[in-house]
Design a protein around this ligand. Structure first.
Ligand code: PPS
Length: 304
């Protein structure tokens, strides 16, 4: 449905209950669980590109970078629709008249670029069979939980997060949509060498966007002049994306996403967790983290 039609339906969000259900032990929305057979049987194509991540890891940022690369730095072309419509969110299921990710994806001509937050074991198997390319973006747990908390406060589509203290515990227990952060990042990390997966980090993107965009270019087998590369870095910087209505989620009905509670483009900085965690909370988080990440070669930076 068009943005104009969406605006006429400002109130619809109020009637969407963020009820949850489990699919193979992973929490998803009730609507996703009811649509699960279709999601699982989704037909990927060999020339699909999937941007995968745990929620709040820098998905939208990566989507904008990829779209700019695919459109040779043409900003106008990247303004053709909001992020949600440009890159179908395959598992995201909404009631009619809203478009669900699968509907959008199935209608989209090849080559498609799509998004998912599914943990690796729940990815529709056709992606593996067709050997589609996947970019996985990961972000450190502490900044992720902060961003997830504020997003849950502003989004009527996600369960109520409760207090910050409560949400940290829910996150640690993996009782949030898309399941445990720890299992998600490790699962995709372990899968990366057996498939066409580029695994990148939010903190690295922030530290040196040029270097990380060059990694994406290489993965996509694309070459662009320096001038376009610089344009992409500028257009996908936090300050520019924050004011880009096609990338900052402000085109969504306010009853879905209420930016006056917390903007989607909130801080965009590694290390913001320091203004949220108490000393005790941080020590307990670290202790729990060591246990959950023990034995993995995957490491994160919590500041740059
Ligand atoms: N260009 C750019 N630079 C730096 N940071 C950026 C950028 N674009 C988005 N963001 C930040 O990414 C967080 C949102 O993550 P996602 O896009 O993965 O969210 S979602 O799961 O798809 O809803 C959210 O992080 P927080 O600010 O910490 O909440 C966004 O602000």
């Amino acid at each position: 449905m068009s943005l104009e039609e969406m605006k006429d339906l400002q109130l619809v969000g109020k009637y969407i209950q963020p009820e949850t259900k489990e699919v193979n032990g992973i929490l998803v929305t009730k609507m996703m669980s009811e649509n699960w057979d279709n999601i699982w049987n989704f037909q990927a194509r060999p020339d699909d590109l999937l941007i995968a991540s745990y929620a709040k890891a820098g998905t939208t940022w990566t989507q904008e970078i990829v779209d700019m690369i695919q459109n040779d730095g043409d900003v106008q072309k990247c303004q053709r629709a909001n992020t949600f419509d440009r890159h179908p969110f395959i598992e995201w299921t909404l009631p009619p008249p809203f478009n669900s990710g699968l509907d959008l994806a199935e209608k989209m001509p090849s080559p498609r670029t799509m998004k998912t937050h599914l943990p690796v074991q729940l990815l529709p198997p056709s992606f593996w069979k067709e050997n589609s390319k996947i970019i996985y973006v990961a972000r450190n747990a502490k900044d992720t939980v902060v961003s997830y908390y504020h997003f849950s406060r502003m989004s009527a589509l996600l369960p109520n997060p409760g207090t910050w203290e409560e949400f940290v515990e829910t996150f640690k227990a993996g009782k949030v949509l898309w399941g445990s952060w720890y299992d998600h990042v490790k699962g995709w990390w372990d899968a990366k060498d057996q498939h066409r997966i580029l695994y990148i980090f939010y903190e690295d993107m922030k530290e040196d966007p040029k270097r990380e965009i060059q990694k994406i270019l290489k993965f996509l087998e694309k070459e662009i002049p320096e001038e376009i590369l610089n344009k992409i870095i500028y257009h996908t910087s936090f300050d520019v994306m924050k004011h880009n209505p096609m990338a900052n989620y402000t085109t969504f009905p306010v009853s879905f996403l209420d930016h006056s509670i917390s903007p989607f483009m909130r801080k965009g900085m590694p290390g913001d967790w320091k203004s949220h965690f108490t000393v005790t909370q941080n020590e307990e988080f670290d202790k729990d983290y060591q246990k959950k990440m023990a034995g993995s070669t995957l490491t994160f930076r919590t500041e740059i």
